[in-house]
Design a protein around this ligand. Structure first.
Ligand SMILES: [Zn+2]
Length: 107
């Protein structure tokens, strides 16, 4: 099972990608951003593991407590940002991201 990835120009300001299970929407021009795609695929798989509705309920409930915090402090965002940074660091170093892509079911 894989996400349906779509590109749109209609995302809120500051949002370049969003996972609305079973879809992942990317701001036009960001659909080839591999670290961002890894971030969104992380969310997509996380929601699948938890159950989609429980994941979104937990996400929204936690969001209330982290409104004034940087986005990567939200407990369900932190691991997605960590994966995004890990992939970006590997790409910057010219190293393979095959393991990350496989882990996220992207290959
Ligand atoms: Zn995220």
């Amino acid at each position: 099972m894989r996400p349906v990835e779509l590109t749109t120009r209609w995302l809120p300001r500051g949002v370049d990608g969003i996972t609305l299970w079973p879809f992942i929407f990317y701001r036009r021009g960001y659909e080839q951003n591999v670290p961002l795609r890894c971030h969104e695929h992380y969310h997509w798989r996380h929601a699948l593991r938890w159950g989609v509705i429980p994941w979104y309920l937990a996400y929204l409930a936690l969001r209330l407590f982290y409104l004034s915090q940087p986005a990567d402090q939200h407990p369900l965002e932190a691991p997605a940002y960590a994966k995004q940074r890990e992939v970006q660091a590997l790409l910057d170093a010219g190293r393979s991201i095959d393991d990350q892509l496989a882990e996220l079911g992207m290959v």
